[in-house]
Ligand binder design. Structure first.
Ligand SMILES: [Zn+2]
Length: 275
């Protein structure tokens, strides 16, 4: 079993209401950091799990219908927050990134895809088919900004299908062993977005990146659901609940695994790399 090194950073954030992330919670405004993971594999090199926001979000939401996205989601990101610039401060240059695992195609996860010209992308086939070719309102409905996608996306991408997966992880169901060395196992976390994936990393401890399968720790630890109003932005509320139960059960049976919901400030505060 190969071990990887793991770092977490954030590229910008948006504002959200605590009462949306947790039903019946206070109406307090909270920060949803757009985190991404930087993984170092001893053979396959530098890998990202998502990318966070970039300033392209502002550029591509100037016109309708994407202007609506910027109105609904107040985003804060500046040049020095962007993943490519944070990585440079650690001596890692855009060409050094060999793979980018895309959990799903919302703007806070794919904002930096265009910054890494050598990266091979990895995403679920189902997730891509759900956004593929969508434009205008049809894209906006999916929280997808097509201009964030590199032109040659399809030829640079490995599309994962779980139909042929032969491995299972107790509690997580079928997984795809990305490099066949158990360093990174990709799991299915449908619901928030169609075909959303997470990753179980074999780092100095086990780390489960769950993207938006939960927004805050309370969601999966206590099975405390978000406000049902957020259904409007979700692909499937029933699949979301199934995935949340999956993470909850995994947490109960593997308490030693560090579970990281992409936007949970409490979880990421201790881990995050800050300049
Ligand atoms: Zn999302």
């Amino acid at each position: 079993m190969t071990a990887v090194k793991f770092n977490l950073a954030s590229a910008g954030y948006c504002e959200a209401k605590r009462s949306h992330a947790l039903s019946k919670a206070s109406n307090q405004t909270i920060k949803f950091y757009a985190t991404y993971a930087h993984i170092e594999h001893p053979i396959h090199g530098h890998i990202l799990f998502d990318t966070g926001y970039t300033r392209r979000f502002y550029e591509f939401t100037k016109k309708y219908p994407f202007k609506i996205y910027a109105r609904v989601t107040k985003v804060y990101v500046n040049e020095e927050d962007e993943a490519k610039n944070v990585l440079k401060t650690k001596g890692i240059y855009p060409n050094d990134i060999k793979f980018i695992i895309i959990s799903h195609f919302h703007a806070d996860h794919i904002g930096g895809l265009r910054d890494f010209p050598n990266a091979e992308f990895i995403c679920s086939d189902v997730a891509f088919q759900d956004v593929r070719g969508r434009k205008g309102f049809f894209a906006l409905k999916k929280g997808f900004i097509p201009s964030l996608m590199p032109e040659e996306f399809q030829s640079r991408t490995k599309f994962l299908s779980f139909d042929t997966s032969t491995k299972e992880v107790d509690g997580l169901g079928p997984v795809i062993d990305l490099f066949n060395d158990e360093s990174i196992l990709i799991c299915q976390l449908d619901g928030h977005a169609k075909g959303q994936i997470g990753a179980l990393l074999n780092a100095d401890k086990k780390i489960l990146l769950i993207s938006d399968a939960a927004w805050l720790k309370e969601n999966y630890a206590d099975l405390h659901l978000p406000n049902p109003i957020v259904r409007l932005f979700f692909d499937s509320w029933s699949d979301f609940k199934k995935s949340l139960h999956k993470v909850h059960t995994y947490h109960k049976t593997h308490p030693e695994t560090l579970i990281i919901p992409c936007h949970c400030e409490e979880t990421i505060n201790e881990l995050i790399y800050r300049k």
